[in-house]
Design a protein around this ligand. Structure first.
Ligand SMILES: Cc1cc2nc3c(=O)[nH]c(=O)nc-3n(C[C@H](O)[C@H](O)[C@H](O)COP(=O)(O)OP(=O)(O)OC[C@H]3O[C@@H](n4cnc5c(N)ncnc54)[C@H](O)[C@@H]3O)c2cc1C
Length: 314
């Protein structure tokens, strides 16, 4: 299927792009890697009159250290560049590990971290890692720059904090130890997460992000709280904590109700490093909560997603 007709604009600076978004308002859409927007346009779920391609803007694709010792990643950096980054592999290994899980080679070569985060697909991989890393995002709009912490960034299903006249320009994450993990079970055809869990362990405790299960990604705070009581949690303690994987979380979409005993999948945890152990257990718990193998659940979820696409991407 072909998209409806649209005008194409190719600004060469962020300022030009912002001016175009201001001029065309809701009729305009930013184009980054196109791997979410173009399929939505082909399905006529998105019908922008003007597509603002930010792919030729210089300096939106980079991975570097900032003055605070964090890692600054340009919004147009592709999943493949993040997966291959030696700097991130050494200093912030959760991001390359997560990026390597996204889609297939073609998706990773074209899709961008900025596009993925702004799109806020409830089954996307990065959001879990962003929450586990306590990332922050820099947005530029007509009034200048503003910084949004990850806790405020994912607003709802397919809705991020980025306004229609704003552009996400940079994502910042801290250095971490190597005690990190991202584990997911995926939808076989697309690779999207049915349940994905990112875990970071530091001296301050665990930070755990979950994606794929609810309308928006969330931190498994109840699990973090229980694990904080253990310096080096044992397998049974992790299994116990994993039962709280969605405690206090609004699962939202129809067909995404818990149907089985939480976290009792009978899958053995992998005794590698604690975060792997934790993420693996939690992914199993999260799977049960979303019950993805239930055909009705999957259909209801797809219908919800299509409706939300229609609403948000018009
Ligand atoms: C077959 C297939 C499999 C996939 N599998 C996975 C998977 O396993 N895991 C996963 O996480 N994702 C998956 N994806 C999605 C993929 O990661 C997309 O690349 C990503 O979601 C969107 O990034 P993009 O650069 O292509 O953005 P685009 O499609 O260009 O844009 C997406 C949305 O974000 C907006 N936007 C983009 N960049 C900016 C910006 N800098 N500022 C403001 N607004 C912006 C656009 O206007 C649009 O609304 C898959 C996609 C496909 C087609």
């Amino acid at each position: 299927m072909y998209p409806a007709n649209f005008e194409y604009a190719r600004p060469s600076t962020v300022e030009e792009a912002i001016a175009l978004l201001g001029k065309y308002g809701d009729d305009a859409k930013v184009l980054a890697g196109g791997h979410s927007l173009i399929p939505a346009m082909k399905l006529r779920l998105a019908r922008p009159k003007v597509v603002v391609d930010i792919g030729r803007i210089a300096n939106l694709s980079y991975i570097r250290t900032d003055t605070h010792g964090r890692f600054a990643i340009g919004a147009m950096t592709t999943h493949a560049e993040i997966a291959a980054s030696k700097l991130l592999k050494t200093k912030c290994p959760l991001l390359p590990e997560t990026a390597a899980h996204i889609g297939d080679v073609q998706v990773r070569n074209k899709g961008t971290i900025g596009g993925s985060l702004v799109h806020a697909d409830p089954a996307a991989d990065y959001p879990a890692a962003m929450l586990a890393l306590n990332a922050e995002m820099e947005l530029v709009g007509p009034k200048g720059k503003r910084v949004v912490r990850v806790a405020d960034f994912f607003v709802d299903l397919l809705q991020s904090a980025v306004g229609p006249d704003e552009i996400l320009t940079e994502i910042r994450v801290p250095e971490t130890s190597s005690a990190v993990a991202y584990i997911k079970t995926e939808q076989k055809a697309s690779g999207f997460a049915l349940a994905g869990v990112a875990a970071v362990q530091s001296l301050a405790g665990f930070r755990i992000g979950v994606t794929g299960v609810a309308p928006k990604p969330y931190r498994a705070s109840a699990v973090e709280h229980v694990l904080a009581k253990h310096k080096s949690p044992k397998s049974e303690e992790i299994a116990q904590a994993s039962m709280l994987a969605a405690d206090g979380v609004h699962l939202g979409m129809d067909g995404m109700r818990p149907t089985g005993p939480r976290g009792q999948a009978g899958v053995e945890a992998i005794p590698i490093k604690a975060p792997h152990h934790v993420a693996h257990r939690l992914v199993v718990a999260a799977e049960h909560l979303s019950d993805p193998r239930h055909p009705r659940a999957t259909i209801a979820r797809q219908q919800d997603l299509a409706a939300a696409h229609h609403e948000r991407l018009r």
